[in-house]
Write a protein that binds this ligand. Structure first.
Ligand SMILES: [Fe+2]
Ligand SMILES: [Fe+2]
Length: 196
């Protein structure tokens, strides 16, 4: 069914890095971004479902970036540190979008989609493809990095989402308490009026 939907990002047109695990994970990111696009444009998805897709996206970026950072360190890639800073900045943007959307009811979904599309394609060309060039230069076979090697990172990614969900839960409890306090204040004012 997913394939029949509009493709916001056409995976066939996304540049490949040439390292199997990285290309596999980029495809997964494209699938999640397309899912977010279809959810936004269909208009039938609830706010909580949208937030969940944003969190899934955040999770998968953590998963992918952790795997990519690990490869860079393993092969002694000289720009590893500045590359991982770029990863962190995208993760911060996704979390900012998700919390603005949740907390302030700001409709940031279209902005988020454009940021994601531009960021992903530019980042692949400017930052990820040079990793493959480094591997070739060092005589390392890119096929050494297969998808299964990153499975162990999954647990860490899930923990981060749990943390975000916890913040979300606390915020909704605070909001509930505030509305209860307002209702009590109203009641008090009304009874004071009656008594005066
Ligand atoms: Fe990267
Ligand atoms: Fe990447």
């Amino acid at each position: 069914m997913g394939f029949a939907q509009t493709q916001f990002i056409d995976w066939d047109k996304v540049p490949r890095v040439g390292v199997p695990v990285i290309d596999f994970e980029h495809q997964q990111l494209v699938i999640i971004i397309n899912k977010l696009y279809n959810s936004v444009t269909s208009g039938v998805v609830s706010r909580s479902e949208l937030l969940q897709i944003m969190l899934d996206l955040f999770d998968y970026t953590v998963y992918h970036f952790t795997a990519e950072n690990k490869i860079m360190v393993e092969v002694g890639y000289p720009q590893a540190e500045q590359h991982s800073k770029k990863h962190e900045s995208l993760q911060e943007q996704i979390l900012d979008f998700a919390s603005s959307f949740f907390e302030y009811e700001v409709d940031v979904r279209e902005d988020l989609l454009q940021v994601l599309k531009t960021w992903l394609v530019e980042h692949i060309v400017k930052s990820d493809q040079p990793i493959k060039q480094h591997l070739v230069k060092c005589g390392i076979d890119p096929n050494r990095f297969a998808h299964s090697e990153t499975q162990k990172n999954e647990k860490k990614a899930l923990t981060l989402t749990d943390a975000f969900l916890e913040i979300k839960k606390n915020r909704s409890e605070i909001a509930k308490l505030r509305s209860e306090i307002s209702a009590l204040e109203r009641q008090l004012r009304n009874s004071n009026k009656k008594n005066s």
